[in-house]
Structure formats: structure tokens, C-alpha cells
Ligand binder design. Structure first.
Ligand code: UGA
Length: 421
């Protein structure tokens, strides 16, 4: 099949490369020519293990252009993968989605053959059949589901393991209203053997939000219980290993620590809260999920102050800046509030991360960045914020270590505190 991908950010780059690997011809569209140049030479515009190799391997099936009209004319389906930033009130900003829909609609006005528009970006339920449909119809002068197809196909990929998540998914969700769009998605995913759920479009959109909100809830729950376990001298991880053995509960996403970051959980939970609030149903559980997540990173600093009550002038080492290992992404990283608090307390910060220093420097140009993890261990105390594998190989003997992510080696021979253990 011939597919166009609007937006070559995280979701677009991964989705396009994976569809190419499945044998489809893929046209990437972006307003940024630099990203397109990278794709044309088989390099990913974002960091994701294995993605460069996948693009390079499938270059013969891949093209890249800034010309949206050309891409839509030459393909049968378009996946909208543009960004959905947050508004100050937590709701999502749909300006890029609206602009993309309008641009597609203008091309559909002249296009005679059938075209299916698929929403891949994460949007609150009602967006695709609401603003997207409206903009497409206004710009094209045509009717959705009759003159062109419209569908929702949310992604469930994690940064750092996105390719495995795409090729070995737990499920594929297809939100469709018309048989031709359904056929397009079923053809694209024909080789997958996982459960495939065909739903109405708003249901598909809701499945995505509720999945992320539930996983975020599991993490905040694990952290709240973890804080209690810590005061009782109980090992939280052992508790959740036992709890997770109940098949109704499942052990995943119960790792307690300093909370969830990234471009998805914090934003998606806030967007769902905003949507529920607008419906007159402010969600108490989700509000608490956010509240726990905001307090949790500061507990690391509170634990540090138990050992070093006055941080003024102290040199505090920070291991890890990315929101999780195997990514250079620092969006909503727990390192941000923690380093902010250390600075407020007057501490000098020396930080190291294998991939994320360049991004972090733009947020905190005034702190010192080490060129190796070992250098950080020279400080008065060390905080572990991201559980990079290489931090397992360090010698923490004699150091004061406050661990936010449970790196077992850090407890060996050190003065050690875990945030929830
Ligand atoms: C998340 C979801 O896991 C994906 O299924 C979803 O497709 C994606 O958002 C999205 O909406 O696009 P991602 O943000 O890449 O993926 O990262 P996760 O691996 O889910 O981790 C998110 C945060 O939760 C990280 O800061 C991680 O350290 C934290 N976490 C995760 C915990 O604190 N405890 C856990 O048990 C698991």
C-alpha cells in the first residue's frame, strides 16, 4: 500500500519506518527539511534504538517531502502523526491537528480516488469525528465515510522499545465507521496475529487515553504504597512482586521510585482530567495520580537532606537526566524538579547522562555536566534519577547514595537510601 505520514516526530518516524518494513511505500511529510534530509539518507530524526537501521534497510520504499499535496495525491492513506502539545490548563492544543486536517482536505477536494485519513496522534475522544472531520469536510467539500475514509489507530509504543512494541503488540485498535477504512487498516495489519479490536472511532481514542491513565495510576499507587512501606522497613518491590502474581492485577508498571515522566503519561493524564472536568466530572483518582507524581521526586531531595541538612555549597552528583533509560528525551523528566530543588537549596550540581546532556543543557545551562558517570561519584552525595544500565557497573563504595530508581549495585558498600525501599 502507498502511505503518507504527516509529521516525522517520534510517532511518525517510527510508524512510517515500520510500515515500510512491512512492505508498504511510505512518503514522509514534514515542514522541517532537515528532518526529511535525515530520513532520505536513512537516519532517524529522533533517537530510538534500531530505527536508523530500519530506515536504511527500507530506503527503496521511502521518500520524504515538504509537499503535503504531492504526498496525499500519490498515496492511498494518510496517517496524521503531528504533535499535540498541552494548553496551560492541561487540555491538548489541537492547532497542528486542525492545520493538518485542513491541508489534507484541500487536496482531497481535487483527488478522485478513495483516500483514507487515519488519526495516529494521541487525541482526546471525540477529536477525530469532531474537529478533524469538520476541517476535512469544509476544506474538501466532501463527506467523510462516503467520499473519503476516516479512522483512528492509536499507538501503544514506548520510547526505547518502540520497534518491539510495533512488531509484537498486545493488541491493535482500529476505530472505524466505514467499511473501506476498515479494509485499509485490516490490510495494513494483515500479518499480525495479536488481538485486533475494531471499535467506533471515539472508543479507539478513549482506549488509548485510558491505557496511559491506568498505567500512570499503577505507578502513583506503587509510589504511595512505597512511601508507606519505606517508613515500615518493608521492601516495596517484594510487596508488588507478590501483588502482581494475582492474574487480575499483573506485575507490570508497579516499579516504585520518583514517578513517571516523558511526553505521554503526564500530558495524557492532564488532558483526561481537563476533558472530565469540562464534562462536569472532575476525576478524583486522576487528580491524585498527578499530585503523588509531583511530590514523589521531591522526596528524593528530602531524603538527601536527612543526611546533609544544609545543601548550600555542597556538590551533589546526579546520575541520569533522561525521563527513562535508552532515550535522550528529557520531557517531564523527574530530573527537572529535582535539580530545580537542589538549585533552590543552594547546592552545586554535577550531572551525567549517556544521551540527554545536550537537551538538558538548554534547560539548566548553569549546572556542571560531567563527561563520565565515575566523575559524578566524586561529589558529596549522589542521586540516581534514571536507571541506565551502565550505572550498574559503578563502584559506589563509601559514597552517600540516594536512589530514585533502584539500582541494586548502588547499595553495595555505600551509605544508601532508596526512595521507597
Ligand atoms: C508510554 C506507554 O508505556 C506506551 O504504551 C504509550 O504508547 C506511550 O506512553 C505513548 O502514549 O506514546 P513512554 O512514555 O515511552 O510510553 O514510557 P514508559 O516506559 O511507559 O515510562 C513512562 C514513565 O513511567 C517513565 O518515567 C518511567 O520511569 C516511569 N515508570 C514506568 C515508573 O516509574 N514505574 C514503572 O513501573 C514503569
Amino acid at each position: 500500500m502507498k502511505i503518507s505520514i504527516l509529521g516525522t516526530g517520534y510517532v511518525g518516524a517510527v510508524t512510517g519506518a515500520c510500515f515500510a518494513e512491512l512492505g508498504n511505500d511510505v512518503v514522509f511529510v514534514d515542514i522541517d527539511p532537515a528532518k526529511l534530509d535525515m530520513i532520505r539518507t536513512g537516519r532517524s530524526p529522533i533517537f530510538e534504538p534500531g530505527l536508523d537501521e530500519l530506515l536504511a534497510k527500507n530506503l527503496h520504499r521511502i521518500s520524504a517531502t515538504t509537499d503535503t499535496a504531492l504526498a496525499i495525491r500519490e498515496t492511498e492513506a494518510t496517517f496524521i502523526c503531528v504533535g499535540t502539545p498541552s494548553n496551560p490548563d492541561g487540555s491538548i492544543d489541537l492547532q497542528y491537528i486542525a492545520a493538518a486536517s485542513e491541508a489534507i482536505g484541500e487536496v482531497l477536494r481535487e483527488k478522485e480516488s478513495w483516500h483514507t485519513v487515519v488519526m495516529k496522534s494521541t487525541v482526546v475522544s471525540g477529536t477525530t469525528t469532531g474537529i478533524v472531520r469538520r476541517r476535512l469536510e469544509e476544506a474538501s467539500g466532501k463527506e467523510a465515510f462516503r467520499d473519503f475514509g476516516l479512522a483512528s489507530n492509536p499507538e501503544f509504543l514506548r520510547e526505547g522499545s518502540a520497534l518491539t512494541d510495533v512488531f509484537s503488540p498486545d493488541r491493535i485498535v482500529m476505530g472505524v465507521e466505514d467499511p473501506r477504512s476498515r479494509e485499509v487498516l485490516e490490510t495494513l495489519y494483515a500479518t499480525f496475529t495479536c488481538p485486533k479490536l475494531v471499535t467506533a472511532i471515539p472508543v479507539a481514542e478513549m482506549i488509548k487515553y485510558v491505557s496511559n491513565a491506568f498505567l500512570a495510576t499503577k505507578i502513583s499507587f506503587a509510589n504511595e504504597i512505597g512511601n508507606l512501606c519505606k517508613t515500615m522497613g518493608i521492601d516495596t518491590a517484594e510487596v508488588f512482586a507478590g501483588v502482581g502474581l494475582d492474574a487480575r492485577i499483573n506485575p507490570a508498571f508497579f516499579r516504585s521510585g520518583i514517578g513517571f515522566g516523558g511526553s505521554c503519561f503526564p500530558k495524557d493524564v492532564r488532558a483526561l482530567i481537563a476533558q472530565a472536568g469540562a464534562a462536569g466530572l472532575p476525576p478524583k483518582i486522576l487528580q491524585s495520580v498527578v499530585a503523588v507524581n509531583e511530590e514523589q521526586p521531591l522526596r528524593l531531595v528530602a531524603l538527601l537532606k536527612k543526611h546533609l541538612p544544609d545543601l548550600k555549597g555542597k556538590r551533589i552528583g546526579v546520575l541520569g537526566l533522561a525521563f527513562k533509560p535508552d532515550t535522550d528525551d528529557i520531557r517531564e523528566s523527574r530530573a527537572i524538579p529535582i535539580i530545580g530543588e537542589l538549585r533552590k537549596e543552594g547546592a552545586g550540581v554535577i550531572a551525567y547522562d549517556p544521551l540527554a546532556i545536550a537537551h538538558f543543557r538548554s534547560l539548566f545551562p548553569e549546572i556542571t555536566y560531567a563527561s563520565s558517570a565515575a566523575e559524578v561519584l566524586e561529589c558529596d552525595a549522589v542521586l540516581i534519577i534514571t536507571e541506565w544500565k551502565e550505572f550498574e557497573a559503578l563502584d559506589y563504595t563509601g559514597k552517600l547514595v540516594i536512589d530514585g530508581r533502584r539500582v541494586p549495585k548502588a547499595a553495595v558498600g555505600s551509605i544508601y537510601e532508596g526512595v521507597c525501599w
